[in-house]
Design a protein around this ligand. Structure first.
Ligand code: ADP
Ligand code: MG
Length: 705
């Protein structure tokens, strides 16, 4: 499938010289690998963009070298002065000189063999690092580079600085990236020639090389031509892929499905509340889409607690009224189960036959379920990724709902769609992360959007307070009072990477602490490493109000619904992004009780963190929070892979490239309108671009066409 020219770029990074298993593991941590990729590849190194440069071009004489600056010196090695025996604190010194003066190279905890090999007495060496002054003598501690004259080219005069991880040095990454650069083949130009010239952008190969071998400090900035070029490549690939998906949807026969409303009426009767205007409006938009002749692809956006589930259920009922089936897919096991539980009584009341299919359904029960799905005895199936498995075959799937969409990729959306009979399924994707408009376009293209802007009636505001962790004792006292009044508490402990402590350990420690204060019967613990059964049991005990406090790692991030829970405590709130804080807070405030969100932070608080917490105290409006988040963090992270699983940009960071985005979209449309099969020379080159940015699914679409 992948064009031969690109195969070397997608080889494992271990195929590069100098990258062994240990380095591979470190790279796994340091590189932002796309979802589903666990092994770093050559291409991932190329996309590992530097964050700055160290300028080593200053090459003064020893006499002229200024303490406090970075310099590259040419010196002769005079002698070696190992640390005196028994004095581990004293450094190993290597006095050197040039015609103007002397300087000591200084090594603490030195490896003697290494130094002797690097700096033979009498040899000439180029050394680069920070000049210091110690007891009136010049010195350079642990030079960044020591090279012999014949290897001078190995010493980068402008050294790109890469994001690293503990145990991984910049020098090693630099070397690996340079080996990766050697693998970049000559590729045909896929950008429009006139446009390239107007922008004064280099070709892709030059651009990559300039990014990693900067000629100028400005090369390593998002505004530089090489960087812009690559960002535009990425945006164009994304827009082309989305446009291809859209075209393919539009070109395939859609299916018109309309219901008579009888099941929806029964559901409405069984609901203890009336739908909000927002919900009603969204449902009308969905029903219109379903009744239309094209294939539906709509995004339902609504803050946590805005009531998306019931909209999904009503929409699925339309498909069933029309004689077909529907599916609801959730990103996690817990959520799928919760949806099934919420929907079960309403299904009972309205005569809908539902089933649950997750990775846990196995063997006979699973086979039976598939059988009933195939024969049409199940109207609605609720599940996880398990719904994608090839042996899951529907009698007639007309409508699929994907909850918390951005945990899934575009390809998964397509996979579910293709399971639909009679012209494919209509698809509704639901997300609780309000997405700013600019980002909507990059990630969803021209999806039709419905928004739930109204909160269900009777909701009270969630009182939100940021407090320093030192005030935890006072918080605990307040909780004690609240608990006697029937409150239930979520207590979230995040991963604290720098402490070396695992997320689990942090949660366990807090759990033990709270058990001591409130008793083991009242305090539960939920974390990702637990067995499914234990997880369910804990969740159930909390939902049944047996447990009063639920200490959790971030596994409760999405969707969990316990209306009686009214207090959310978030530890290390300063480490969370706004979108995530907002999502977590949305777990409370669902019942009639007054709700609180306590954001515990560690001092001192950085400026961005301070603004985030302030925003949380100020508003509950998810759309306002999303815009602020975009402002504070930049787009790549708002929908960051880390927190959402969304395929993230490798190079292009919105909003820095927001302007290019519009151009990329127009470009993609124009190209496909003139060359729908990408058969022209530029079209063929664009196929390479799609593969380069791993939009393989999109390529498959026009292969099939
Ligand atoms: P989300 O949009 O986060 O998925 P849910 O669908 O889980 O929200 O709904 C949150 C809660 O609000 C549920 O308990 C649900 O029964 C309730 N709810 C939904 N719609 C309404 C409404 N129109 N009036 C009152 N409560 C509602
Ligand atoms: Mg939900």
């Amino acid at each position: 499938m992948r064009p031969a020219a690109l195969i070397p770029l997608f080889a494992s990074a271990k195929s590069l010289s100098g990258i062994g298993p240990r380095m591979d593991l470190l790279l796994r941590k340091a590189l932002r690998l796309p979802p589903g990729i666990t092994e770093p590849r050559v291409i991932d190194l190329l996309w590992h963009t530097p964050t700055g440069v160290i300028d080593r071009r200053a090459a003064p004489t020893v006499a002229a070298a200024q303490p406090g600056t970075i310099a590259t010196l040419e010196v002769r090695v005079l002698k070696h002065k190992p640390a005196p025996r028994g004095n581990v604190k004293a450094p190993y010194k290597v006095p050197c000189e040039d015609d103007t003066g002397r300087i000591d190279l200084v090594f603490f905890h030195a490896e003697r063999k290494f130094i002797e090999r690097q700096l033979p007495v009498g040899s000439i060496r180029f050394v680069s690092g920070r000049i210091e002054s110690y007891n009136d003598r010049k010195q350079m501690a642990h030079p960044d580079y020591i090279v012999a004259p014949e290897s001078r080219a190995d010493l980068p005069l402008l050294e790109p600085v890469y994001p690293l991880t503990a145990g991984l040095s910049g020098k090693v990454v630099l070397k690996a990236v340079r080996h990766a650069l050697d693998r970049v083949p000559d590729l045909p130009e896929w950008q429009d020639a006139a446009w390239l010239e107007r922008q004064a952008w280099p070709g892709i190969r030059t651009a990559l090389s300039r990014l990693h071998r900067p000629q100028d400090a400005a090369d390593v900035s998002a505004a530089s031509p090489p960087w812009m070029r690559i960002a535009y490549d990425e945006l164009l690939a994304g827009q082309l892929a989305l446009e291809l998906v859209r075209q393919s949807l539009k070109s395939q026969p859609g299916r018109s499905i309309a219901g008579d409303g009888r099941i929806r009426a029964r559901i409405a009767d069984a609901l203890p509340f009336a739908l909000t205007n927002s919900q009603r409006h969204a449902l009308k938009e969905i029903a219109d889409d379903m009744a239309a002749e094209f294939r539906m692809l709509r995004l339902l956006q609504g803050d946590v607690g805005s009531g998306k589930t019931v909209v999904a259920l009503m929409a699925m009922a339309i498909a069933v009224e029309g004689g077909a089936q529907a599916a609801l897919m959730a990103p996690t096991e817990v959520l799928a189960r919760q949806h099934a539980e919420t929907i079960a009584p309403l299904a009972d009341a309205s005569g809908l036959r539902i089933a649950l299919l997750t990775g846990r359904e196995k063997g006979r029960p699973r086979a039976e379920l598939l059988e009933r799905l195939g024969s049409g005895e199940i109207d609605i199936v609720i599940g996880t990724h398990a719904l994608f498995q090839p042996d899951v075959v529907f009698k007639d799937l007309a409508f699929a709902v994907i909850d918390e969409q951005h945990r899934f990729g575009v390809h998964q959306r397509l996979a579910l769609q293709t399971k639909g009979g009679n012209g494919g399924a209509n698809v509704l994707v639901m997300t609780a992360t309000p997405i700013p408009r600019t980002l909507l376009m990059t990630h969803y293209g021209d999806l039709d959007v419905s928004r739930l802007t109204e909160k269900p009636a009777g909701r009270k505001p969630i009182v939100t307070k940021a407090i320093p962790v030192e005030a935890i004792e006072r918080l605990v006292e307040r909780l004690r009072v609240q608990l006697t009044e029937g409150a239930q508490v979520y207590w979230v402990c995040p991963l604290i990477e720098s402490s070396g402590q695992s997320e689990l350990a942090a949660a366990e420690e807090r759990h033990a602490h709270l058990v001591q204060l409130f008793g083991a019967a009242k305090v539960g613990l939920l974390h990702g490493g637990m067995q499914d059964k234990a997880k369910d049991a804990t969740m159930a005990a909390f939902a049944a109000n047996h447990l009063k406090i639920l200490v959790a790692t971030t596994v409760i991030e999405v969707g969990v619904n316990v209306p009686n829970a009214n207090i959310m405590v978030i530890e290390h709130a300063e480490r969370f992004g706004l979108a995530q804080l907002h999502q977590l807070r949305g777990r409370v405030g669902r019942g009639s009780r007054e709700s609180f969100c306590m954001l515990l932070y560690k001092t001192p608080l950085g400026e961005t963190a301070r603004q985030r917490l302030e925003m949380m105290e100020k508003t509950e409006d998810g759309f306002a929070i999303a815009e602020k988040d975009l402002e504070l963090r930049g787009g790549g992270e708002v929908l960051g892979a880390r927190q959402s699983g969304m395929p993230e940009f490798r190079v292009a960071e919105v909003p820095a490239f927001a302007e290019l985005l519009g151009a990329a979209r127009d470009d993609a449309r124009l190209v496909l309108s003139q060359d729908p099969h990408l058969a022209s020379p530029r079209g063929r080159a664009l196929r390479l671009l799609l593969y380069l940015f791993e939009c393989d699914e999109a390529v498959r679409l026009f292969r099939a066409a």
